[in-house]
Write a protein that binds this ligand. Sequence first.
Ligand code: CP
Length: 299
Amino acid sequence: MNSLVSIKDLPYHTVEWLLQNAESFAQYNGGALQRGTVVNLFFEPSTRTGLSFQMASHRLGLEIMDFSIEGSSIKKGESLQDTLETLDALGVDIAIIRRGDNWPAQLNLAKLRMSVVNAGSGIFEHPTQALLDALTIKQHFGRLQNLKVTIVGDIRHSRVARSNVELLTKMGAEIYFAGPAVFQAEDLTQIPRVDLDWAVQNSHVLMLLRVQLERHELAYDLVNYHKEFGLTEGRLRLLNKSAIIMHPGPVNRGVEICDAALDDPRSRVLTQVQNGVAARMAVLDWCLQGGPHDKLVSA
Ligand code: CP
C-alpha cells in the first residue's frame, strides 16, 4: 500500500492525480467506497486535521478504530515503530500520525504492510495541508503554474510553509516569503523575501501563518506584530482584487490577520477546511489502492 509522509516523495503526476481525485471527492455525496480500518495517533492537539481525517474516513466507508495516546501502551514507553508494528499485526490498514518531532525519520516503513499518513511532523511537514491548499488555489485560478504565492509570518516554525514550498514549487508556482527576519527559516533561504506591502498588491495568493506561540517566545508584542506583519484593515484595502487570502488555521485574530480579512469575500479560510475532507479522502483512497504508485518511504 502507499504511504504519505513527505511531499518530497510525491512525483508531479501523483500530485496531479491526487488533486484530480480530490476535486471529484469535493463533489461526491454518495456512500461507502472503500473497505479498511484506520487508526488516528495524535500526540499534538488538532481540530481541522483530526476531524477531517475522521470525516474523510466515514465518507469512504472506512472503520475508525478506537485509540487514544493517553490510554495506549505508548504511555508505558512503547515506541512509535513498535506501536505501528502491533497495529499492523492487528490488521489495521492506515495509521494517521501527528507528533511534534520529525517522527517519519525514525520509522522503518519497509517493516509495515499498513500505510502511514503524516498529519503533521513538528516544524517539518504537513503534506495533506499542502494538498488541500493546492486544491483550494487550483479551484479558484484553474491552475497552479506561474501563480505568485506569498507566505507571511512564522515560517521558521511552520510545517505548513515547508510542505507548501515543496508542493507548490513542484507544481510550477512562484513562492515568496514576507514577515519578520526572526521568523525566516535557515533551511529555506532559496525562497525570495519581499516586503509585505509589495506582496499585498502583487500576489495571487496571500497565505498568512499562525504565530506559533507554543513553539517559541515571540520577539514582538502582538499589537506591533499586527501593525508590521499582519493583514490589517489598511492592507486589506490594498490587496489585489483578484487575490485570495489563505490561512491554515487556527488563527490568532488581530495578530496575523484582522477580523475583516476573515469575513472578506476573498478569504478562502473555511474553503480550506472544507477541502481538507476531499484532499484527505483522495490520500486515504490512494493509500488503500496501492497499485500504480510505489510505496513511498520517508525522506
Ligand atoms: N491546519 C491545521 O493543521 O489545523 P489543526 O491543528 O486544527 O489540525
